[in-house]
Design a protein around this ligand. Structure first.
Ligand SMILES: Cc1cc2nc3c(=O)[nH]c(=O)nc-3n(C[C@H](O)[C@H](O)[C@H](O)COP(=O)(O)O)c2cc1C
Length: 135
């Protein structure tokens, strides 16, 4: 049986790509970079994890466009969102809730790039997210 989870991400400066690769590797998910590919066959996946950076309070356009174009199909799947950003604490949380609601992905987490890191340089919060995905 193939992977049933995919990680689809939009990254401008590379952070979301690195985090997306780390998550995908950790759970053996397939991954897709919206910079390289915007037509993605999602039929094999029942869970799609989306990732994006934030510029001026907004998720990246390529992700917004992808979600809009695939609304009907995505409505039938489990979706999650991870956000790579610089705001932390309450500001990061408020931004995450707003973006999650704008994108229509209820399950959302954010990684602020400043919190405590593991040996590989990834935030502990990312490992916590992965642990939940595995559970
Ligand atoms: C021009 C610019 C604007 C940004 N605006 C925000 C913002 O509004 N909120 C935030 O939390 N982070 C903001 N950031 C930080 C980025 O979201 C963060 O560096 C993220 O990891 C970038 O992801 P990427 O490397 O995958 O593109 C901004 C960064 C840049 C360069």
């Amino acid at each position: 049986m193939g992977n049933t989870t995919a990680v689809i991400y939009a990254s401008k400066l590379g952070k979301t790509r690195k985090v997306g690769n780390y998550i995908a590797k950790s759970i053996s998910a397939d991954m897709f970079d919206l910079k390289k590919q915007t037509m993605i066959n999602m039929s094999a996946y029942n869970h799609i994890i989306f990732g994006t950076g934030i510029h001026a309070g907004k998720p990246y356009k390529s992700l917004v466009t992808f979600l809009e174009a695939n609304k009907a199909e995505l409505a039938k799947k489990k979706t999650s969102l991870f956000i790579c950003c610089m705001y932390n604490d309450e500001k990061g949380q408020a931004q995450c809730e707003r973006v999650s609601s704008e994108l229509g992905i209820a399950e959302a987490v954010f990684f602020d790039g400043k919190s405590e890191k593991n040996e590989e340089g990834f935030e502990i919060a990312i490992d916590d997210f992965i642990a939940k995905l595995r559970a």
